[in-house]
Every structure is written in C-alpha cells, then in structure tokens.
Write a protein that binds this ligand. Structure first.
Ligand code: AMP
Length: 189
C-alpha cells in the first residue's frame, strides 16, 4: 500500500504517518523530517533549505526530488509507504511522475491520497502548542497561505484521478487512524 498524506500544517500528517507505518509495517517517508535531518547535519542541501524553512516558504522542487524520491522508490520496493509532505504542489506531482517514468518505476507512485481536514483555528492552536522553530505565528500564517495557494490545487488534481479519501482530522488521534484504515479498506487488528 502506497499512501500519500496531505493536509495543512498541524493536521496530523506526521503523527498519522508514523502511527500507520508502525501499524502496517510500512515505511514513513516524511519530507519535512528528511529536510530537518539535512539541516541538522549541515549538508549543502540543508544549508540551502534552512532559510526557506524558517520563513515557511517552499524549498525548490529539484532539491525536494533529489531528497525524497529515492526514499519513495526504496519504500515502494520494500512493501509500501506512508508519504507525508511531498508532493505539495501540482508542479511537484508532475515532476515526481516524470522522475518515476524516467527511471521506469512508475509503480512507486501513490495508490491512495488521504486528505486530513482541520479548520484553521484548530490548526493554529495545535501548531503554536507544538513549538517547532518554524512554528511562530507569522511563519505559521505563511505556511497556511502556502497550503491554500499551492496544495489545495494538488488535492483537486488527485480528486480528478479518484485517488482522494477525505478524513476529519479533528477527531482524537486513534480515531483518525481508524477512520483512515476504514477508508482504505484495511482490516483492523
Ligand atoms: P513539514 O514538516 O511538512 O511541515 O515541512 C516543514 C517545511 O519544510 C515546510 O514549511 C517547507 O519549508 C519545507 N518542505 C517540506 N515539504 C516540502 C515540499 N514538498 N516542497 C517544498 N518545501 C517543503
């Protein structure tokens, strides 16, 4: 099973990605975590990404492809993934497809897209409680704006391909996981 998790910052993509990956014995591939590891290690990629992340802006597509796509293909070959945070724009989705096609590994793309829906006031409250360095009010607002402008069109893109499953992300964490599994027809155990 190859699932892409989409949702605004604070919707619970990271939490659900990790929980479901553990439960289903699949890999959790989180774009933001991969980026933060590069920043912490001080690699050239991390240095390039750090300022953009601090401001809540998107990191260039090519850099994201280089960072995330090898992990996606390797996870797909190992049985599947919960992918969170990439693609985040329609442009990235096209670029990711071209990347896979160029390597003849089209099968590694997602077969379901789970969209976590949470109203903005709940998001802001959750994010400010989380306290990551890019979680200041101004940066959070920018990330929410980037989501509305760049990522909501991506949801439409996948909706047209009938891949989208929408989940109420305001429920308690365990109920959100159960709802996702039910939507994806995964037997619970
Ligand atoms: P996240 O942990 O998913 O909230 O991502 C944290 C930050 O990493 C974002 O605000 C962006 O600066 C950057 N980032 C994560 N995923 C992407 C992506 N797909 N494209 C561009 N930038 C990204």
């Amino acid at each position: 099973m190859k699932v892409l998790l989409v949702g605004p910052p604070g919707a619970g993509k990271g939490t659900q990605g990790e929980l479901l990956a553990n439960r289903l014995l699949l890999r959790h591939v989180a774009a933001g975590d991969l980026l933060r590891a590069e920043v912490a290690a001080g690699t050239p990629l991390g240095v390039q990404a750090a300022g953009l992340m601090d401001r809540g802006e998107l990191v260039p597509d090519q850099l994201m492809l280089d960072l995330v796509m090898p992990a996606v293909v390797s996870a797909a070959d190992a049985g599947g993934y919960l992918l969170d945070g990439f693609p985040r724009t329609v442009g990235q989705a096209h670029a990711a497809r071209a990347w896979l096609r160029g390597r003849e590994v089209d099968h590694a793309g997602p077969d379901a897209v789970v969209v976590l829906e949470v109203p903005e006031d709940v998001l802001v409250e959750r994010i400010l409680a989380r306290g990551r360095p890019d979680d200041t009010e101004e940066v959070v607002r920018r990330r929410l704006r980037v989501y509305a402008q760049e990522t909501e069109p991506l949801v439409e893109f996948y909706r047209q391909e009938q891949l989208v499953h929408t989940i109420d992300g305001t429920m308690p964490v365990a109920e959100v996981s159960d709802a996702i599994l039910a939507e994806l027809d995964v037997p619970r155990g």
